[in-house]
Design a protein around this ligand. Structure first.
Ligand SMILES: C[S@@+](CC[C@H](N)C(=O)[O-])C[C@H]1O[C@@H](n2cnc3c(N)ncnc32)[C@H](O)[C@@H]1O
Length: 249
């Protein structure tokens, strides 16, 4: 009977969700499936975004909403300063890097974009990370990313190895950054990247954490929460899962 009802509702275009089954805790954090009443959906009218998303969607673990936010914030940073550099750490098969790249290309930007990945998976997992041990997401290659990027943007550089420890020396000491997308899943990697970029980030520049709002990436939630109430930054939890840090001084 239950199955029949679910099937009937689904055919009629409704989705039945049992909220009691998706309300739980991990470590000290509470979780439930977030559904909001907002319904303004500009991505549906944005042909360039739709084309780009369909090109990269098989190369990403990131959903359409977070991809659209990266697309939009790339435009915002370009408008703020059209020569500052961009950095993504945690590229995997290149999907989110493709989104940022294509937006830069369509804005006729020539800003340097650095794409950092170990290509051997997650590193620096610790007791703060409930679901990661190290080595996850190793199912990608430099060539996979290079193939995607060739169609997307001219001024990119792929950095292979642990960032910042093994690869940050490839970036000029004085280079300034406008946007840093961090998608590394664990506490210590996330912290080391922020420690490296903070003094290089312009005022108004942003750090976007892919992993803040998910029970599988508790270390990143712990780390972002440590930054709350610091006077030099604003921390925003966008309910799509992103945390956005804006440097204000
Ligand atoms: C979840 S995946 C990234 C997903 C990707 N942004 C997408 O579009 O689906 C996480 C990636 O982070 C990389 N990674 C984790 N810590 C790193 C570090 N400190 N330096 C470089 N790469 C790192 C892993 O190798 C892995 O490919």
């Amino acid at each position: 009977m239950k199955k029949l009802l679910i099937k009937l509702f689904s055919k009629a275009g409704y989705q039945i969700i049992n909220k009691s089954k998706i309300n739980f805790s991990v470590s000290n954090f509470q979780y439930e499936l977030i559904t909001t009443y907002a319904n303004y959906a500009p991505w549906l009218q944005d042909a360039a975004f739709q084309n780009t998303y369909s090109r990269i969607k098989d190369n990403t673990l990131v959903d359409l909403y977070r991809c659209y936010e990266l697309w939009e914030l790339t435009g915002e940073i370009h408008a703020l300063n059209n020569s500052v550099s961009f950095l993504e750490v945690g590229v995997w098969k290149g999907g989110t890097a493709g989104i940022i790249s294509k937006r830069l290309a369509l804005l006729n930007s020539a800003a340097p974009f650095y794409l950092a990945d170990t290509f051997t998976g997650i590193v620096k997992a610790s007791e703060k990370d409930d679901f990661y041990n190290g080595g996850e997401h190793a199912d990608t290659t430099f060539e996979t990313v290079e193939t995607l990027m060739k169609d997307m943007y001219g001024n990119y550089k792929i950095l292979t190895g642990i960032f910042p420890n093994e690869t940050a020396h490839h970036i000029d000491h004085n280079e300034k950054f406008g946007l840093c997308h961090i998608d590394v899943d664990v506490y210590q990697s996330a912290k080391d990247i922020v420690d490296w970029i903070w003094d290089r980030l312009i005022i108004g520049g942003m750090i976007i954490f892919d992993d803040y709002g998910f029970h599988t990436t508790t270390g990143v939630t712990i780390y972002v929460n440590e930054m709350k109430n610091m006077s030099d930054r604003v921390v925003i939890y966008n309910l799509n899962g992103h945390a956005i840090i804006i440097k204000i001084k």
